[in-house]
Design a protein around this ligand. Sequence first.
Ligand code: G3P
Ligand code: CA
Length: 315
Amino acid sequence: MFNQLLQTIQKRLYFLEVSGSHLFKKTRLFPLIAVLVVLLSACDTPEREEENRSTMSFVANSTDVEDLVGAPMVIAHRGANDRYNESTITAYKIAARDGVDALEIDLRMTADGRLIAMHDETIDRTTDGNGKAEAYTLEEIKEFETVEVFNNQTTVEVIPTLEEIIDTFRDTEHYYIETRLVDGQPVMEDYLVRLLDDYELISQGLVIIQSFSKQSLEKVYNLEPSIPLTLLYRKGKFNLEDAKSVPYPFIGIESTDVSLEVVNELHEVGKKVHVYFTNNDTQKAEQKRVKAFQVDGYFTDYIEYTKELLETEDS
Ligand code: G3P
Ligand code: CA
């Protein structure tokens, strides 16, 4: 019970800490922030002084926070997709029961502007339908079901909306949400940020947003600068100099592009490295390999394996 509480506090601090450091690392905002701090301190009330003191001590103590939250994140990639249909409520419930640090959710937008959990651009691979997700309204897409076979048993479940997933877990889980451009445009971000805000997930530090699109991340930042952001690089397209220079606290890299040099250099500039995997046959060996480099997060398709790996002392 106590350990669970401690873990929850540590997770909250982790997300809140990166929200803070992200803002302060936006160097072009630094002069503006400095001027605002000077102006505000000139008109401090006793209450405001008290608030400032706690904010400043939080920032000043970020090294202590770092010590507290140093454990790598186990991120449930599309839920527990090794045991249930990916990106369904049941897959996320299994992951949550396993005690992961965050639920990873890929978003697609329907024709009527609703957000659903769906990795591929089309519904062909994971459901009994076909065609692009964005071609259907929410009502239409709810007519299809995800279909998969586990241990010779076929399982079916409807495609969930993001709202349904959040309604299921509320503030009991952390959400690691991936945005995509729609027809080359950043159009899902407005609705997404509004939704997360309505559920008070941003203020509670329960969300990280990730994207392969800098345009999308920039849009999210402009809507809500306190959300921690992850820039993803596609397999074989990782660029260390670019990753070191972008104003995002997390960098998402495909495992085969991860080396000790990459991790060390990103750590040196204060960034955390979250690794994803594209080959299930080599994923476990790859997790073991990158563990030696002290990466900060695993988008895992094998939650139980990753948890055990991270609990095992290195020999
Ligand atoms: O979000 C990290 C990782 O999931 C990126 O790859 O294609 O599985 O979404 P993908
Ligand atoms: Ca993803």
